[in-house]
Design a protein around this ligand. Structure first.
Ligand code: 4PL
Length: 252
């Protein structure tokens, strides 16, 4: 169907997308891309004010959500279902992006990264697949990272969660396929998001950009189209896969 048709559909027929961590960076770019494709987008973020700003730009809905909190997740999914009656697309984007040498990773920090980056995917996906399964349709995209391919140092906990998110895609695709749901991962390289630009990862551009096949800084808008494709009806025959979107930094 065309974008125009989708935008003029009644509320109950418009596809609904939930994007976590969508107040900024890659998540915000994905929310905007899915809205441009005609979807009603739920912009979820632990930063509720930031989520509201993004949502108001795209006629979306903002939800304050800490994906690591089981009660918040179940309440948020219940809210979306009661408001829209459906969740067609889930983008698991919310994550902590630390830069910590191995000897400095306390067990507390390790657990916190596991909780947000991995338990968060479990909690949201477990709730959303129930809704998608009843509808017999769904598209799930996990935002992984090419650090799992490159073995980027000083974020071993982060890399472990991103590898696990790819493992979940592979391990879950078969069960979800029977329900009409696809699940894939998009693995970006270093991206000039607010989080990277205001944190220690910004130093990575100096050595990563020269390794890329295209030698400029990647932007959130460079990642969003790949996610939108996997989130579209057109991607029905793709599941259990990982698409690396890093300008050729890694090549596998
Ligand atoms: C290559 O996922 O993929 C820095 C920070 N450098 O979060 C990432 C690279 C970062 C990355 C990432």
């Amino acid at each position: 169907m065309t974008k125009e048709m989708n935008q003029h559909m009644t509320k109950s027929e418009q596809r609904v997308a939930l994007v976590t961590g969508a107040a900024q960076g890659i998540g915000a770019a994905i929310a905007k891309e899915l809205a441009a494709d005609g979807m009603k987008v739920v912009v979820a973020d632990i930063n509720g004010d930031g989520a509201q700003t993004v949502a108001s730009e795209i006629d979306g809905v903002a939800k304050t959500l800490d994906v690591s909190d089981p009660d918040q997740v179940s309440a948020t999914i219940a809210d979306i279902v009661s408001e829209f009656g459906r969740i067609d697309v889930l983008v698991n984007n919310a994550a902590l992006v630390p830069l910590t040498a191995w000897e400095d990773i306390s067990f507390e920090e390790w657990r916190r990264v596991m909780s947000v980056n991995l338990d968060g995917i479990y909690l949201v996906t477990h709730a959303v697949t129930k809704v998608m399964g009843e509808a017999g349709y769904g598209r799930i995209v996990n935002i992984a990272s090419n650090t799992f391919v490159a073995g980027t140092p000083n974020c071993a906990h982060y890399v472990a969660t991103k590898g696990a998110s790819i493992g979940l895609v592979r391990g879950l695709a078969g069960e979800l396929g029977k329900l009409g749901i696809t699940i894939n991962a998009v693995a970006p390289g270093i991206i000039a998001s607010e989080g990277v630009l205001t944190g220690p990862h910004v130093a990575g551009f100096d050595f990563v950009v020269p390794m890329q096949a295209i030698n400029r800084r990647g932007m959130p808008s460079d990642v969003a189209p790949a996610v939108a494709f996997l989130a579209s009806e057109k991607a029905e025959w793709i599941t259990g896969q990982t698409l690396v979107v890093d300008a050729g930094h890694t090549r596998n």
